[in-house]
Structure formats: structure tokens, C-alpha cells
Design a binder for this molecule. Structure first.
Ligand SMILES: [Fe+2]
Length: 413
């Protein structure tokens, strides 16, 4: 049986069924759990929630025949979030909807191309513009959501992600509105040639043979030929053809060097590589964003353009969404969200205590810009830890925002 109580009635041994308000407003990862520690009890009472539901079948009731118990500790003011939680949730939800629409449109575009039809330039431009507007409205939200890919949607979501990253990068580089638009389209269309790549090779779990790699390397030329039928923008076509070229001449398909590789192709190369190496594939786990940036920095000058890469890092922040960090308190945390102008103090999800070598359950959401006693100590490489659920943890953080709905029939009177 469920009963609704106020936080001052809480006591150890109760089973919390649900908390009033959204997940982000109270910072408790799970709303259902047994209240076992004084620290959790105090934190709940200090969280600012108006009320909560307890399950009498699984834990203690309130003190019998008593007025609401006194709080154990004087409630502290809850830390102020960087953005109002409802605003962040709204932005995430909008970004999710836009991503869903964009993914469906890209899927259709690839399907048409497989059927031998030319790309409709107006449709592609409209889609690129939609992605552009979404990034310009809420960059952190969209760049967070495009990380969500699965095996079936990878190729399509990769196109949306590269397009979104291109918009953010073009703006960081101070390019004109027309160039930003062009960048969005180049990112969206850069891999169209993969409609001709054998899916078994495209998704092969493991290294490609020389023959398979030669087949894969055809896609920039094939995409260029396809786009030439209807796309007239020379820079977009060039980005599609040359996004796998390296500054040292070791790329493909033409082995171009240095200045022979134009701006839009250099930008596409960086966004393409970043999204590819941070994405989980059936045959390999993606690198953490922070680790990916570290490794990409080593490829600057030979493969990637150093100046454009610096702008790219500024776009994503020092601690990009999805990065694994160690905090001063010894807790490991995953970057969950960034706010503009507060890139050094992201919102994180704390989920592991390194001093006690145990998971923090439920994980705790922390806004580092509003938590003066907690700081980032260092970046951690997830490869040094055996956490298999980092993506789930992060994904739950941006999806677990709907309060639990309690059926009226279950209420205690
Ligand atoms: Fe490619």
C-alpha cells in the first residue's frame, strides 16, 4: 500500500516508492529505494521536494499517532542548478524529437539513393537547416542527444551527428551564415557513398582485409558521383570527396597534401573522426569523448588540421558530455550536461566511490558550478575500469525525467 507523506515524516527503514517532482529537481537517481542511511535521509529532507510516496508493504510507516516528525537536520538550501531543470528537460526533449525526425529523413534519403534516385537538394537543404537551427537554439542539448546511436541507426545518426558538429564548429570558427549552412549540408551528405558499400564490410566485426578496405575506400568517390547529379555547391561536393584525405598525403582517395585539402573537407574530417571513434559499434566500444580528443590531438599536423581542431575542442568543452572524471572527493562521475559559459563546471552523475571501492547506488546528480566543495581532479580513461554500463548510465540521465505516476486506486486513505 502506498502512502503520501511530507519529507519531515521520513525515517530510516521506509521504502521510498516515488518522489514528487522531476528527477532533475531532487537529484536522486532512482525514486524507488529503501531508506537505509542518515545521509540519504538528510539529503532527501534538504532536497526541496514537496512530498513523496512510501510503500508500506516494503518498509516502515510514519511514526504512529504522531504529528509529523521533526526533521533530523536543518534543511540546507538545495544547490541552484545551472539552468532551471525544466528548461534543460524541455531542451533535451525538443532535441530528441528533432533527432528522431532528422534520423527518419536521413533514412529515407539513403533509401532513395539505394533505389537509384538522385538526392533532392531542396529536401537535403531543408533538413540541414533544421539541424542547424536546432544546434543554434540549444547546442548542448542536441550535441548530447546525437550521441545516442544503436547498430541499426548508426549510419543515419552519424550523418545527423556530423552535421550538428559541423554547425557548432563553423560557428566557433566565425564563419558566415552561408558557410554555416554549407557546413551543415556537407556533414549531412559526406558519407552518402556508403549506400554502395557492402553492408557486411561496413559492419564487419574486426579488421578489414586489403580487398575489403579497397572496397570501403570507394565511398567518397561514389558519394561524390551521386551528389553531382543534383548538388551544385562545389565545397559540399569537395567535402564529400575529400573527407578522408590526410594532411601528410596518406589519406584517400587522391592522397592530397596540405593546402590541397580545403576548409570544408578539413572540418568534415575532424567531425567525422570524432563521432566515429566515440560511437559504440557492434565490434568495438567507443572512446570516451575526453580520451578521443586527447588522441585526436596526436593526429594533428599529419592527419588533422591543428587550428580547426583547437576550435573543435573549444566547441565541445574541456570535459565533453560523456567524459569520465575523478572528483576531489574520490568519486567517479560521468559528465551529463554542459551549460554555455560554464564548460569547466559541468553537471555530472556520481556513480562510484574510489575510496570505498563501491558503486554509489542510487547515483547522484551534481552540478559542479553550484557545489563549491567539489572539484574535478582528473580525467579518467574508461579503459582502465571495467564499467560496462557507462552509456546506459548517461542515457538514463537524460531520459529518466518523468515522475512516477501513481494510480489512484493504490493510494492509502
Ligand atoms: Fe566517410
Amino acid at each position: 500500500m502506498l502512502k503520501h507523506i511530507v519529507p519531515s515524516q521520513l525515517r530510516l527503514g521506509m521504502y521510498i516508492h516515488a518522489l514528487d517532482g522531476s528527477w532533475l529537481s531532487h537529484g536522486f537517481w532512482k525514486s524507488s529505494f529503501k531508506l537505509k542511511t542518515t545521509a540519504d535521509l538528510q539529503r532527501l529532507q534538504a532536497s526541496g521536494i514537496a512530498g513523496l510516496w512510501i510503500d508500506l508493504a516494503r518498509g516502515l510507516d510514519v511514526q504512529p499517532a504522531a504529528a509529523p516528525a521533526q526533521p533530523i537536520a536543518t534543511p540546507a538550501a538545495p544547490p541552484a542548478p545551472v539552468d532551471a531543470p525544466s528548461l534543460w528537460q524541455e531542451q533535451i526533449e525538443q532535441a530528441r524529437q528533432q533527432c528522431k525526425q532528422a534520423q527518419s529523413a536521413v533514412t529515407q534519403m539513403f533509401h532513395e539513393a539505394r533505389m537509384g534516385h538522385a538526392i533532392e537538394p531542396e529536401q537535403a537543404e531543408a533538413l540541414a537547416e533544421q539541424i542547424q537551427q536546432s544546434v543554434e537554439r540549444h547546442p548542448a542539448a542536441l550535441l548530447s542527444v546525437v550521441r545516442l546511436k544503436n547498430a541499426d541507426t548508426y549510419t543515419y545518426m552519424h550523418s545527423v551527428a556530423v552535421s550538428a558538429l559541423m554547425v557548432a564548429l563553423a560557428r566557433q570558427l566565425g564563419l558566415s551564415t552561408h558557410q554555416v549552412k554549407r557546413a551543415a549540408l556537407a556533414g549531412l551528405l559526406h558519407d552518402m557513398g556508403k549506400v554502395y558499400t557492402n553492408p557486411d564490410i561496413l559492419n564487419k566485426p574486426g579488421a578489414l582485409t586489403d580487398e575489403e578496405f579497397a572496397h570501403m575506400k570507394l565511398h567518397p568517390g561514389q558519394g561524390h558521383a551521386l551528389l553531382q547529379q543534383s548538388i551544385t555547391d562545389a565545397e559540399v561536393l569537395d567535402a564529400c570527396l575529400h573527407h578522408h584525405e590526410h594532411l601528410d598525403g596518406k589519406g584517400y582517395p587522391h592522397g592530397l597534401r596540405g593546402a590541397e585539402i580545403h576548409l570544408m573537407a578539413r572540418m568534415t574530417a575532424i567531425c567525422d573522426v570524432y563521432d566515429a571513434i566515440t560511437s559504440n559499434r557492434p565490434y568495438k566500444s567507443g572512446w570516451s569523448p575526453a580520451i578521443a580528443l586527447q588522441r585526436m590531438a596526436q593526429w594533428c599536423g599529419t592527419h588533422l588540421d591543428t587550428h580547426i581542431f583547437s576550435a573543435f575542442v573549444k566547441t565541445l568543452g574541456v570535459y565533453p558530455v560523456g567524459s569520465l572524471l575523478r572528483l576531489q572527493s574520490g568519486r567517479l562521475a560521468l559528465v551529463f550536461a554542459l551549460s554555455e559559459n560554464k564548460l569547466l563546471t559541468p553537471q555530472v552523475v556520481c556513480f562510484y566511490d574510489t575510496y570505498e571501492a563501491r558503486r554509489i547506488d542510487p547515483p547522484v546528480l551534481l552540478d559542479l558550478s553550484a557545489t563549491p566543495n567539489e572539484h574535478i581532479l582528473l580525467r579518467e580513461d574508461p579503459e582502465n575500469w571495467n564499467f560496462s554500463d557507462l552509456d546506459d548510465l548517461w542515457q538514463d540521465a537524460i531520459t529518466a525525467t518523468t515522475p512516477t505516476c501513481i494510480p489512484t486506486s493504490a493510494l492509502a486513505v
